[in-house]
Design a protein around this ligand. Structure first.
Ligand code: HEC
Length: 243
């Protein structure tokens, strides 16, 4: 072998070709599966898009770095499925730009968090986690309850998401700011429009407990409550696998 390597290293062109050959294998392993991505990603005809309020909440989630401690991707391992529910499907994050799968879990995975707790629980937990989970090491986020939510730029956020393939209509983009306010104020005149544009399954509630004020807390809780709830595909697949 030493002589083979010596000969290879002395032959510059041969050595370059060998390097290209070896690194091409690594490239192929990464790239080739993408050619069949349309067959491998599951279909979810019931998939909904995030409402403007939920998108705003997602941005707050990113701003506050929640993803540094929470993943949003349940692996196919048995212990994860028993703890968190059906494993995550690729289609479930098809409208996540950027995706927030993560891998660091100082806290639990929250891919199927929506509906697990009440809004009031989330508000109390975000203001001071120790009030509801005494041994928690999660930081407090009390200012979310005080900060008014910025909505004037939500139409541009929706348009940006649309340019990445999320099917927002012109009407959704035009009404983004009004819909964000209406989703957190169930008795307001705009509330019906939110359900009309985003579907009857949309949560329209005073997420932070106060329908008169639109806060960052409203947006973040709206987002947390929709996690894992945009499509039923994973639950359906899990049910058919059991049969
Ligand atoms: C320093 C790490 C850390 C950061 C940052 C963090 N968390 Fe947590 N989180 C935890 C830990 C640990 C727990 C488990 C204890 C508890 O429930 O408080 C937790 C629990 C939770 C739970 C309850 C999950 C469940 O299924 O019981 C939610 C919801 C949550 N965090 C949301 C958030 C949000 C939203 C943010 C950002 C605003 C955030 N976390 C930031 C560590 C963190």
């Amino acid at each position: 072998m030493p002589t083979f390597h010596r000969r290879l290293e002395r032959n510059a062109i041969g050595f370059v070709l060998a390097i290209i050959g070896v690194s091409a294998i690594g490239g192929l392993v990464e790239i080739a599966p993408l050619f069949t991505i349309h067959e491998t990603v599951e279909k979810a005809p019931d998939m909904r898009v995030y409402t403007p309020l939920e998108i705003a909440g997602r941005h707050i989630y990113m701003r506050e770095g929640c993803y540094a401690c929470h993943s949003q991707m349940i692996r196919t391992l048995r212990d994860e499925v028993e703890r968190y529910g059906p494993y995550s499907l690729a289609v479930e994050s098809q409208y996540d730009h950027p995706m927030l799968w993560g891998s660091k879990r100082t806290g639990p995975d929250i891919a199927r968090l929506g509906g697990k707790y009440s809004d009031a629980w989330h508000v109390a937990h975000l203001i001071n986690p120790r009030d509801v989970v005494p041994e928690s090491v999660m930081p407090r986020y009390g200012w979310l309850q005080r900060n008014r939510l910025r909505v004037d730029d939500l139409d541009r956020h929706l348009a940006a998401q649309r340019s990445l393939g999320v099917p927002y209509t012109d009407e959704m983009v035009a009404n983004a700011a009004a819909d964000a306010a209406a989703q957190a104020s169930p008795d307001s005149p705009g509330a019906a429009g939110v359900a009309e544009r985003y579907g009857e399954a949309t949560n329209v509630r005073a997420f932070d407990g106060d329908p008169a004020r639109l806060t960052e807390m409203d947006a973040l809780v709206a987002y947390l409550q929709v996690l894992g709830r945009l499509t039923d595909a994973a639950h359906q697949q899990a049910a058919s696998a059991e049969e």
